[in-house]
Design a protein around this ligand. Structure first.
Ligand SMILES: CC(C)(COP(=O)(O)OP(=O)(O)OC[C@H]1O[C@@H](n2cnc3c(N)ncnc32)[C@H](O)[C@@H]1OP(=O)(O)O)[C@@H](O)C(=O)NCCC(=O)NCCS
Length: 178
């Protein structure tokens, strides 16, 4: 009985604190609106968007952050490979402006990466983002020019998370199918 109560308490979201859950088709309109707010019309020209045009996202790795039952953030994952090594491209990651600086963004990035890597099929999580935001979460700077995207990217923003700490420097190749 005590164990059951403890387990329920552990899974109950704390008031005012972000928590994550899998996205469902009912979240589609929220996610579309959120991405428009966060990235604007220029989002369709982004190189990461071009990757997602070529290779489908994995809907089972789409997560929603909520605060007190209100959706406030979203993240997607695209299974990819680089140099025949399987992994994932994280993004877009966005939090609604009214809910920023509560930890939802970092929670989404951490949680979706843990869930993806725990499957044991892919060994890295790649993204294009700010070092100051992602490096404290475990992402490392890649070797500039090693990873070829289907469009221009700022090489200092190409970051990689892996249990294999040498992979960020050594991974090399064009982004291809998983
Ligand atoms: C970036 C974003 C997802 C952060 O969401 P969030 O829910 O506010 O993130 P968290 O609450 O987990 O973290 C907030 C902290 O990160 C900092 N931070 C936010 N964006 C940052 C950035 N680009 N670079 C460095 N630090 C950043 C905040 O200043 C804040 O710092 P503090 O904790 O010292 O106050 C959100 O601002 C967003 O949706 N931005 C627009 C879209 C975008 O840029 N997405 C990322 C693309 S890679």
């Amino acid at each position: 009985m005590t164990t059951l109560v403890a387990a329920e308490a552990a899974s109950t979201p704390l008031a005012g604190q972000p928590y994550v859950r899998p996205a469902t088709p009912a979240d589609d309109a929220f996610v579309e609106e959120l991405q428009a707010i966060a990235f604007g019309p220029g989002r369709f020209a982004r190189t990461a968007f071009r990757v997602r045009e070529r290779f489908p996202i994995d809907p089972s790795l789409s997560l929603i952050a909520e605060v007190d039952g209100t959706p406030c953030g979203s993240v997607w994952m695209t299974p990819i490979s680089v140099g025949r090594r399987k992994g994932y491209l994280l993004g877009p990651l966005a939090t609604h402006p009214n809910f920023r600086k509560r930890g939802a963004g970092k929670l989404l990035a951490r949680e979706v990466s843990q869930r993806a890597l725990a499957r044991g099929e892919g060994s890295f999580v790649l993204l294009v983002g700010d070092q100051d935001y992602y490096c404290p979460l475990g992402w490392d700077i890649t070797t500039p020019g090693n990873i070829q995207f289907p469009g221009p990217v700022d090489p200092t923003r190409v970051l990689l998370l892996s249990e294999d700490k040498s992979l960020a420097k050594s991974l090399k190749g064009t982004i291809a199918a998983f």
